[in-house]
Design a protein around this ligand. Structure first.
Ligand SMILES: Nc1ncnc2c1ncn2[C@@H]1O[C@H](COP(=O)(O)OP(=O)(O)O)[C@@H](O)[C@H]1O
Ligand SMILES: [Mg+2]
Length: 201
């Protein structure tokens, strides 16, 4: 089985490319999606991860036992130490789910698993992967798509970008690059070509 990482930056098109690969029949995993599932209340009680986050960041659990992600985001977004504290709680739990999923897919005979994980290179996860796929766009396009999707100002978008390695650096480390700066049809063409190449590997 090939285990490949899919990464990029904020709004560079990771989810878009992951969905294209999924529609082609590839088994895909999604770090953000797993994180959200780990936060869902269980039997009306906050999940284990939600409770752990609530203990470290008082006041971020709402009355209905869900995590107030906006309140949490405000606490960490320009504070690297607090961000690291949150990541120390969340990353091992997500990694545990991914490891179980990979075992399950391997047992099913899957030949190709693609894992969408935003901080792949920041966390050096490529060392345990058979290759990496970076979804790249120029910085100006990235800022525009962040502003449009998340309804934020240019200043806010630029501030968020500071917490990630620049896409131009990630691109240099990638095994394969998908240029998502053009229309979706152009991205799909690149994804299909890469997918065929991966199946032959
Ligand atoms: N090639 C493209 N052309 C125009 N808009 C795009 C393109 N690719 C992605 N988008 C849009 O840009 C935003 C970010 O894409 P998304 O796949 O969610 O990025 P990521 O998962 O990397 O954050 C979304 O609103 C998406 O619809
Ligand atoms: Mg995404």
């Amino acid at each position: 089985m090939q285990f490949l990482g899919l990464t990029g930056g904020f709004a560079s098109g990771k989810s878009t490319v992951r969905e294209m690969l999924r529609l082609l029949g590839t088994d895909v995993l999604d770090a953000d999606g797993i994180y959200h599932e780990l936060l869902l209340p269980k039997d009306g009680k906050p999940s284990t991860l939600t409770r752990e986050i609530g203990a470290r960041f008082p006041g971020v659990i709402r009355g209905d036992q869900t995590l107030d992600r906006q309140a949490l985001g405000a606490r960490i977004f320009d504070d690297p130490e607090e961000r690291r504290a949150l990541e120390t709680l969340t990353h091992p739990r997500v990694a545990q789910v991914v490891a179980l999923e990979v075992e399950r897919l391997k047992a099913q005979g899957s030949l190709l698993v693609v894992y969408d994980v935003p901080l792949l290179f920041e966390r050096r996860l490529e060392l345990a992967m058979d290759g990496t796929l970076v979804v790249w766009v120029p910085r100006t396009t990235q800022l525009q798509r962040m502003m449009a999707r998340d309804h934020i100002s240019r200043e806010q978008a630029e501030l968020r970008l500071k917490s990630q390695l620049p896409l131009d650096d990630k691109r240099k480390r990638a095994t394969w690059v998908i240029d998502n700066s053009g229309p979706l049809s152009e991205t799909r063409r690149q994804v299909e070509r890469l997918w065929k190449q991966l199946l032959r590997r």
